[in-house]
Ligand binder design. Structure first.
Ligand SMILES: Nc1nc2c(ncn2[C@@H]2O[C@H](COP(=O)(O)OP(=O)(O)OP(=O)(O)O)[C@@H](O)[C@H]2O)c(=O)[nH]1
Ligand SMILES: [Mg+2]
Length: 203
């Protein structure tokens, strides 16, 4: 086995859900085609994720737009699903959205009941992220923006301006291939949700 891709986690497909689990929290990873959504779910899930990758064939010519990620041969046609147990009672469920425009109608359904969302951005194709941000704002779903490391050269304030992000929305950098980096993104999202949540006054 290639040591660079060796995963020390034990048999992920066999990681059963803790029987004491009571609270499921849903997080959605969304963004344009080929920004790394499936890669992120795969990197951070404790179970072997469910994915719905289909080979991109000539049948998609003129319908799908593969130009943003020319080396990519498969695309998500429904969604990715992964899981992270936080403690004995709390579990995060991760849903990776499909990126091709013809599947965007699924996004609003995926956002339903979500605690929050991560908008993954490839700095070389910032405009591909506009629709995701638009939908999340329309749905009033809290989100953060994570710039995946494809080697873009813009400063964070330039990306923020290009996305017309509200000042309170965090913008961070990540590498969707790295489990540690994905964990940091999830922690940033949860911190943002916590900071942004209305406070309940206790007597
Ligand atoms: N250089 C670099 N490549 C990455 C990174 N993250 C993902 N990739 C690669 O980019 C490609 C796209 O990854 P996917 O995870 O399939 O992208 P996606 O957003 O799920 O794509 P769709 O579901 O088809 O929209 C894959 O070949 C990944 O290996 C990254 O951080 N840096
Ligand atoms: Mg995908």
């Amino acid at each position: 086995m290639d040591s660079a891709v060796f995963d020390p986690r034990p048999a992920r497909a066999d990681a059963p859900l803790n029987s004491a689990s009571k609270h499921g929290l849903k997080i959605v990873i969304v963004g344009g085609f080929g920004v790394g959504k499936t890669t992120m779910v795969r990197a951070v899930s404790e179970i072997r994720p469910l994915d719905t990758e289909a080979t991109m064939t000539n049948a998609g010519v003129g319908i799908d737009d593969p130009t943003g990620a020319p080396g990519k041969s498969t695309t998500t046609v429904a969604f990715d699903f992964g899981r992270i147990s936080i403690d004995a009672e709390h579990v995060l469920y991760l849903f990776g959205a499909p990126g091709q425009e013809r599947f965007w109608f699924l996004w609003d359904r995926l956002f339903a009941g979500a605690l929050g969302a991560i908008v993954l951005v490839d700095q070389r194709r910032i405009a591909d992220s506009w629709y995701a941000i638009d939908r999340l704002e329309a749905q009033r779903t809290r989100f953060i923006v994570a710039c995946n490391n494809f080697g873009g050269a813009f400063r964070p304030d330039e990306v923020r301006d290009a996305l017309d992000l509200e000042p309170h929305v965090p913008l961070i950098e990540c590498d969707a291939r790295s489990r540690e980096s994905c964990k940091s993104v999830l922690i940033s999202l949860v911190e943002h949700i916590y900071a942004d949540a209305p406070r309940v006054e206790t007597a």
